[in-house]
Design a protein around this ligand. Structure first.
Ligand code: AMP
Length: 187
């Protein structure tokens, strides 16, 4: 089963992806984690993207597509993907459709974790203390939220008409959200 977790920064996509990974024996595919890893390893890609990420801007589709392609075509991960923070642009969504079709896969469910801006800001400020992410300061949080509204909202529209699109109240407790998702997945 392949799943997309969709929602603004701080909606809890990463936390839910980890819970589902355990329950379903699937793989979390977080482009944010993969990109942070490139920065940590100081690769060519890492050097190119560090400023974008620190400013709360999106990394180019070309770079994101490059790092994600191998995961989609990895036979071990086939039909076991939990996308977290991807796709974030219409180009990425269309590209994903193409690669899924080429690898004989599909998206089974898209979960939209809907949370309002005030709750998101509070959550990210808390996460900043716990995870010490450099893009979690208030200015960058606001920038990331604006980027989400501008660029990711059309992706939401693209998916929201599909029959496997499910909206979940992302302001609920973590365990409650996981249980709602599992109920829908019937596992
Ligand atoms: P995240 O960990 O998902 O909140 O992502 C952190 C940052 O990584 C974002 O603010 C973007 O700069 C970058 N990023 C992560 N995923 C993507 C993506 N699919 N497309 C473009 N940029 C991304």
């Amino acid at each position: 089963m392949n799943i997309i977790l969709f929602g603004p920064p701080g909606a809890g996509k990463g936390t839910q992806a980890k819970n589902l990974e355990e329950k379903l024996n699937n793989y979390q595919v977080s482009t944010g984690d993969m990109l942070r890893d490139e920065i940590k390893k100081d690769t060519e890609i890492g050097k190119k993207i560090i400023n974008y990420m620190n400013e709360g801007k999106f990394v180019d589709d070309e770079i994101v597509n490059k790092i994600i392609k191998n995961v989609i075509f990895d036979p071990q991960k086939k039909d076991k993907l939990i996308f977290d923070g991807y796709p974030r642009t219409i180009e990425q969504a269309k590209n994903l459709d193409l690669w899924l079709s080429d690898s004989k896969q599909k998206i089974d469910f898209i979960f939209f974790l809907n949370v309002n801006k005030d709750t998101l800001i509070k959550r990210i400020e808390k996460r900043k203390i716990l995870e010490k992410r450099s893009d979690d300061d208030l200015d960058t949080i606001l920038k990331r939220f604006d980027t989400y509204m501008e660029t990711t909202k059309p992706v939401l529209k693209y998916y929201s008409t599909k029959s496997n699109f499910k909206e979940i109240d992302g302001s609920l407790e973590i365990a409650e959200i996981t249980s709602k998702i599992l109920n829908i997945l019937k596992v």
